[in-house]
Design a protein around this ligand. Structure first.
Ligand code: SAH
Length: 261
């Protein structure tokens, strides 16, 4: 009899942001397959005798090719185990959960998906940024900055997103931030648009930096910001000066932001 695979979102870091369902399944699992963004406090919820398989490494590079991760899930499920595939944030948000679900379907292994608090929502909430606001933004876009923005067949036409007037949430964008922000401005985004970087949101290492889209790449580099970080671009980002509540290191906020009331 095949076991079951649960694709489970572990949330952004703070263990209290785990869903009750995730908590229960982690505690019951016979095998846990996890990557680097999963907090140790969350892994500690697993049974002492649960098989633990680490399949990712810091920096976004995989120590395990995606195909191998899928084979591991299939092997464990074929051993009849209850398997939790634990991912940072939400499994279907830039987490390759879709590919893993497809691989399971292809071989007839049953699975369930447990949503998690994705890091953009968590970063915004803890930084004091309402991603939508009646006066400032009626739409939100989630984008990955991971792919090389200079490659000619880049899937993301960044210039288009400079015209949207939506709040932009960038995942995995720190390495390419200079090019991304330049292309957004080339597309019409004002250089003065507020941009907020939130690193290690919700954890003890949470840091945030508010600046403008023109300066964010340089300033965040100077302030030593790196992965994992979310960049929120849009008028709403400036609300963090008023609404930041998480006692964390707010690194700098030099500019006066004149928001429409
Ligand atoms: N499935 C995850 C995203 C995985 S991609 C989710 O839903 O959040 C990895 C990227 O997520 C990182 O490069 C970073 O952009 C973001 N990320 C994950 N955890 C984060 C955190 N605690 N703070 C800020 N960004 C985070």
């Amino acid at each position: 009899m095949n076991g079951m695979v649960y694709l489970v979102g572990a949330g952004p870091g703070d263990p209290e942001l785990l869903t009750r369902k995730a908590h229960r399944l982690i505690g019951e699992a016979e095998a846990i397959v996890y990557d680097y963004l999963v907090a140790p406090e969350i892994l500690a919820l697993a049974r002492a005798d649960a098989e633990r398989v680490f399949v990712g490494k810091k920096g976004g590079g995989f120590c395990c090719p995606q195909r191998d991760i899928e084979s591991i899930l299939i092997r464990l499920a074929r051993e009849g185990k209850s398997v939790v595939r634990l991912k940072g944030g939400d499994p279907f948000m830039f987490g390759r959960g879709g590919e893993e679900a497809e691989a399971l379907v292809a071989v007839g292994i049953p699975f369930e998906v447990v949503p998690g608090v994705t890091s953009a929502l968590a970063a915004a909430a803890y930084a004091g940024v309402p991603l939508t606001h009646r006066a400032h933004a009626s739409a939100v876009v989630f984008l990955t900055g991971h792919e090389d923005p200079n490659k000619p067949d880049s899937a993301i036409h960044w210039e288009d997103y400079g015209k949207l007037g939506a709040t932009l949430c960038l995942y995995m964008s720190m390495k390419n931030l200079e090019t991304i922000t330049r292309r957004l401005q080339a597309g019409g985004l004002s250089a003065e648009t507020p941009a907020l970087v939130v690193q290690s949101a919700t954890t003890g290492n949470h840091r945030q930096l508010l600046t403008s889209v023109a300066k964010v790449a340089l300033e965040s580099e100077h302030a030593g910001f790196g992965s994992p970080a979310i960049v929120v671009i849009g008028e709403v980002a400036a609300l963090s000066t008023k609404l930041a509540w998480f006692e964390s290191a707010v690194v700098a906020s030099a500019t006066e932001w004149n928001l429409r009331p």
